[in-house]
Design a protein around this ligand. Structure first.
Ligand code: ADP
Length: 540
């Protein structure tokens, strides 16, 4: 963050010229979006976040960055507003998100332009983000109440101890979001947190603040009281500690390295946290897989958002009998892909998001090449398309001493390996520290599912790409092993933002000896009671 700026000169390009913007956007519109950042109501000088368009490398705008005091103030306002929000009936809160669902779909063109502008991804990949926000809004608006509903499990003494279990909100939730899915990551984890009755403070990624501000602006327009959601764009290491110091629960999506740091800081305060971290996701193509469908699926799985997707595939295990045919067709289809910058729907893969990403991808591939990997296709940057473009790349002969054998590349690079038996495929797929997502292709669904169940991953897609499990928002999504803690989506994705409170009420008789009964006699009665209860199915 080299320069400083105040809200008054918040938006300009590096050379003083207006930035090149897609049709729905203008400098004036970006200035208006900046108003969704609460802290920009003041005009004090601040460090700048320089937002660049990955398609061209051009500076789009520089936005004043949030400071730790802004986080403190956001939490103060959020806390003051939260109790009244939690007291409103679920249905009332849910109506705002039903409306949000409709507004997001209505205004999707502007969202697509912003997402593409800030991330460099294709219009279709941006569209999946819009769809995801609608899915999550709809699911929690209609199903969140059931997850949070008061439950009445059996009490200690049947009929005499009545129990209710409540799920009050934790209070104010902090969220730290990454840049790779700038819309969905900035808002979809906040939706269940808000619906559970919490207020939320989000720190979106440095590179993609405007998309996050768009998401917040629209939620205010849908009726969310402003102080319940605060977007504070800014630097992670600068704002992270204040977020954790104030939050009652923290959700983080990003690298395993930063996730562990956040978990350590959260543990100091004994607050809960959920973490969705890295992956080195495997795809298993069994010997009876449909060649055409599995190759097409692999293309979508490996190159969506140019591979900058936590659930994208970076390793493919193909049965030896299909290996050559698969690799040949994969190469042929990749060579026909339309890789380009632009806001049209015809582009199949866009840019990497930044120079840092390009450096990392280049480093991984060059390391593999220098140690003997074979490049089947790609293996180089595409500077004629834009400063951060990298060719979709397939490697064979990848061995454990190469960095990308185990480490997440987070780019359009996949290694392919042959295998002989289903057991071997499972063993190879599981030979990683990560466990986020996987895929299996087979024409025998039962066989594919039994392989899927053996994979140590939080989500496994059978005969489809990551979209099947991710888009099934009623089901939990998250990682085994080093890929994270906790889950988003499904009942678990809203319950994590609540406490579990048990209220036990005793009726008629105390749980203690009565009327001069000896303790030993009472213990005998309890023993008899325990034996009887085990025999009564309805009271176990
Ligand atoms: P990536 O490598 O994909 O950029 P990171 O884990 O570095 O993933 O970043 C994800 C999010 O975490 C971003 O919003 C970033 O600003 C934030 N972040 C990075 N470092 C820290 C930190 N030390 N404390 C809190 N947040 C951080």
């Amino acid at each position: 963050m080299p320069t400083t700026s105040s809200v008054l000169d918040a938006l300009h390009t590096g050379n003083g010229q207006p930035p090149t913007l897609p049709p729905t956007l203008s400098a004036e519109r970006l200035r208006e979006l900046a108003k969704a950042a609460t802290y920009l109501e003041t005009t004090q000088e601040r460090a700048s976040l320089v937002v660049k368009a990955p398609f061209s490398g051009e500076t789009v705008a520089s936005l004043p960055a949030g400071a730790p005091e802004d986080v403190d103030e956001a939490f103060r306002r959020a806390r003051a507003a939260q109790k009244a929000w939690a007291a409103r009936p679920y249905r009332e809160r849910a109506r705002i998100f039903e409306c949000y669902h409709d507004l997001v779909l209505e205004r999707h063109e502007e969202a697509l332009d912003l997402i593409q502008l800030e991330s460099g991804k294709t219009r279709y990949d941006a569209f999946l983000e819009v769809g995801d926000v609608a899915l999550v809004s709809r699911y929690y608006a209609y199903h969140g109440a059931a997850a949070l509903a008061k439950k009445h499990p059996l009490g200690f003494v049947p009929f005499l101890t009545s129990v209710e279990v409540n799920h009050p909100p934790v209070g104010v939730v902090g969220i730290i979001a990454p840049w790779n899915y700038p819309l969905t990551m900035a808002i979809t984890d906040a939706i269940p947190a808000l619906l559970a009755g919490n207020a939320v403070v989000v720190k979106p990624a440095e590179q993609t603040p405007f998309t996050a501000l768009w998401a917040a602006e629209l939620l205010y327009a849908a009726g969310l009281p402003r102080d319940l959601l605060h977007m504070i764009p800014g630097d992670g290491p600068t704002l992270g500690p204040s977020l954790i110091a104030n939050a009652d629960f923290l959700h983080f999506t990003g690298s395993t390295e930063v996730g562990k740091l956040i978990a350590r800081q959260a543990s100091e305060r004994l607050i809960g946290c959920s973490l969705e971290l890295g992956g080195k996701n495997p795809l298993v193509v069994l010997d009876d897989a449909d060649l055409h469908k599995s190759v097409d699926g692999a293309i979508r799985d490996c190159f969506a958002s140019a591979g900058q997707l936590c659930v994208s595939i970076e390793r493919i295990y193909i049965h030896a009998s299909l290996f050559d045919a698969f690799v040949q067709r994969f190469k042929y289809k990749i060579e026909a892909m339309n890789v380009a910058p632009g806001f049209g729907w015809d582009v199949e893969m866009g840019s990497l998001a930044s120079a840092e990403q390009l450096d990392k991808v280049t480093e991984h591939v060059e390391d593999a090449k220098s140690k003997g990997a074979n490049v089947i296709v790609g293996g180089h940057p595409l500077p004629h398309l834009g400063p951060f473009f990298y060719a979709p790349t397939v490697l064979t002969g990848v061995t454990p001493e190469m960095t990308l054998y185990t480490e997440e590349t987070f780019g359009p690079v996949v290694s392919v390996y042959p295998f002989a038996t289903d057991d071997e495929a499972v063993e190879l797929a599981n030979s990683t520290a990560y466990g986020l997502s996987a895929g299996v292709w087979s024409t025998n669904i039962a066989r594919a599912r039994s392989v899927a169940r053996l994979l140590e991953c939080g989500t496994v897609n059978v005969n489809e790409t990551y979209v099947a499990a991710w888009g099934s928002t009623a089901a939990p999504m998250g990682g085994f092993k080093q890929s994270g803690l906790g889950r988003r989506h499904g009942p678990a994705g809203i319950l994590k933002y609540t406490e579990a409170q048990t209220v036990a009420t005793q009726h008629l008789l105390p749980i203690a000896p009565i009327a001069g009964m000896a303790a030993e006699a009472f213990a005998g009665a309890v023993l008899t009671g325990l034996k009887i209860l085990k025999r009564l199915p309805g009271l176990r």
